[in-house]
Write a protein that binds this ligand. Structure first.
Ligand SMILES: *[C@@H]1O[C@H](CO)[C@@H](O)[C@H](O)[C@H]1NC(C)=O
Ligand SMILES: *[C@@H]1O[C@H](CO)[C@@H](O)[C@H](O)[C@H]1NC(C)=O
Ligand SMILES: *[C@@H]1O[C@H](CO)[C@@H](O)[C@H](O)[C@H]1NC(C)=O
Length: 499
């Protein structure tokens, strides 16, 4: 009788330990998200954990960095290369993400709170799970979009494409090269997707940025089967299409109120999505886990660091030197304007992006075009003061001033006044910070960034009436070498998914 008794005591001690150290209920806590489904084909798969107290209320503070542990292994126990990571959002919720480096037969995902399984853990996923470099598209674009949960469209896409119809790409190609390749002034690429392979022909002197166009197209065509289509991608910072009369459909990473380019998510946020848990460390998920002290413990000095790519940035630094109690803004690099330490202070070292969030108020001032840090600033738990601007990224039109951010005038003349207002209206401003964060969490996920590309390409492709012939003079864009076997499905299958 001794042995069962000992076990009972150990079990009792264990329960006692768990009960005493927290109110977290392992049964009531929730786990959800697309990374628990086999058909969710994105570079890094992810899901969410919300800890819930025994009384049913959400846990709203971190219960410790190491309280949640996760293991992701292949379903049949065979060795596989999988890297998983738990990101503590310090509000009782967590992001769990994992990247496969080899294809596995099924997955078993265990999520523990202080050693105990929570919610439905362990989760078993059946079927082959392909790693990101596998070139085995086995879903149609629409199937992929359904599995990933893409919205049917986006209002920015509708607006951008409204002015185009019955596109004759032979004409577009001829005119695009004539208009935009004059004197090698602009750099752009003509991309063609033919039988799900990516081809391109580039024009201009600085075509290095085609690596971003290549990367997203390869990533998408590895996952889904596209109909043949073709388009022009502008590799420069500035949007190109200035005329409304006979405009040409050209894709750009930044839009403006004066131009008619079709906007894509920026190369920056797209790369952060594709290379997540790889060579890029700043992404929309890592930001959420590194938001600095809680609101009450953040400094109420408005913060900015950056280079001198626009006049207003210098003005801001001047203002900061005169009002150091209100604004902490410094230049880290000067390239466009002459140095003038008396007016603009000495250059300072770059600050780690996550340290920006020691401050409640973040200033977002245009650079060459829109400041591509905006999505990351929104995802933190500070409030963003956004300079009014003609430039925009693909998601700006979904945001509302005073709901998701605090607007400031283009010439920055109201910055001081707005900071003072924020200090006097702390609760309201904190709510704006939370709304911005909520938007970024809900709409700038890796799935969203890929969905936007897919939806804009789908819609645009449907407008092409006549394509150009052949791929003569085009380069085939190759997928990176893959040393691991993919075991692609032999034929098109729609696998059954289980939780
Ligand atoms: C658990 O909840 C009770 C009642 O709400 C509270 O008094 C106690 O401090 C909580 N314990 C912990 C560790 O949070
Ligand atoms: C609890 O958390 C979940 C997931 O984050 C959220 O959907 C829900 O609205 C929260 N409930 C309350 C009462 O805040
Ligand atoms: C500020 O931070 C300190 C140290 O981490 C902590 O003890 C304190 O509770 C925080 N203040 C608030 C209002 O959260």
């Amino acid at each position: 009788m001794l042995l069962p008794g000992t076990l009972f005591l150990i079990a009792l001690a264990f329960t006692f330990y768990v009960d005493c150290t927290s109110n977290v209920s392992v049964q009531k806590s929730r786990i959800w998200g697309p990374g628990l489904h086999a058909d969710f084909l994105v570079p890094v798969r992810y899901f969410y954990v919300q800890l819930v107290n025994k009384d049913g209320s959400n846990v709203t503070e971190s219960v410790g960095e190491d309280a949640i542990t996760v293991s992701v292994v292949s379903g049949d126990g065979s060795p596989s290369r999988i890297w998983s990571q738990v990101l503590d959002r310090h509000d009782g919720s967590y992001i769990v993400r994992y990247r496969l480096y080899s294809t596995t037969s099924g997955l078993q995902i265990s999520v523990h709170f202080k050693g105990r399984h929570i919610a439905g853990s362990p989760y078993r996923i059946a079927g082959n799970i392909y790693h990101d470099t596998c070139d085995c598209p086995h879903q149609t674009v629409e199937q992929w979009a359904q599995f990933v949960g893409c919205p049917a469209t986006y209002s920015q896409i509708r607006e951008d494409l409204e002015i185009f119809k019955d596109l004759d790409m032979t004409k577009v190609a001829k005119e695009a090269v004539e208009r935009y390749n004059r004197d090698g002034q602009h750099s752009l690429c003509h991309y063609k997707i033919v039988e799900n392979k990516v081809y391109r022909k580039c024009y201009g002197q600085h075509v290095g940025f085609n690596m971003f166009g290549d990367a997203i197209l390869l990533s998408l065509t590895r996952k889904m089967l596209f109909p043949n289509f073709e388009f022009f991608l502008n590799l420069g910072d500035w949007p190109l299409v200035t005329r409304k009369q006979n405009p040409l459909p050209v894709f750009s990473w930044c839009g403006s109120k004066q131009t008619f380019d079709i906007v894509l998510p920026t190369y920056d946020i797209t790369e952060a999505t594709l290379e997540m848990m790889g060579r890029v460390s700043l992404d929309l998920f890592s930001t959420q886990a590194n938001t600095g002290p809680n609101w009450a413990n953040k400094s109420n000095t408005a913060f900015w660091r950056g280079r001198d790519s626009r006049r207003e940035r210098l003005d801001l630094v001047e203002m900061s030197l005169k009002n150091p109690d209100l604004i902490d803004a410094r230049l880290t690099n000067m390239f466009f304007f002459p140095k003038n330490p008396e007016k603009f202070g000495e250059l300072v070292k770059q600050v780690s992006f996550f340290d920006f969030f020691k401050h409640k108020y973040q200033l977002n001032i245009d650079g060459t075009v829109a400041a591509y840090r905006f999505p990351y600033l929104l995802a933190g738990d500070s409030v963003v003061f956004k300079q009014d601007s003609d430039y925009y990224e693909h998601f700006y039109r979904e945001l509302t001033p005073y709901v998701h951010y605090i607007p400031i005038k283009h010439d920055l003349s109201d910055v001081i006044e707005k900071i003072k207002w924020a200090r006097e209206n702390d609760e309201e401003v904190h709510q704006i910070a939370k709304n911005g964060q909520h938007y970024a969490r809900a709409h700038l996920t890796p799935a969203d960034i890929l969905c936007y590309h897919v939806r804009v390409f789908q819609h645009y492709a449907s407008l092409i009436k006549k394509g150009t012939k052949g791929i003569k003079e085009f380069d085939l864009v190759n997928n990176p070498d893959d040393r691991d076997k993919c075991n692609c499905p032999k034929k098109k299958v729609t696998k059954h998914t289980e939780l």
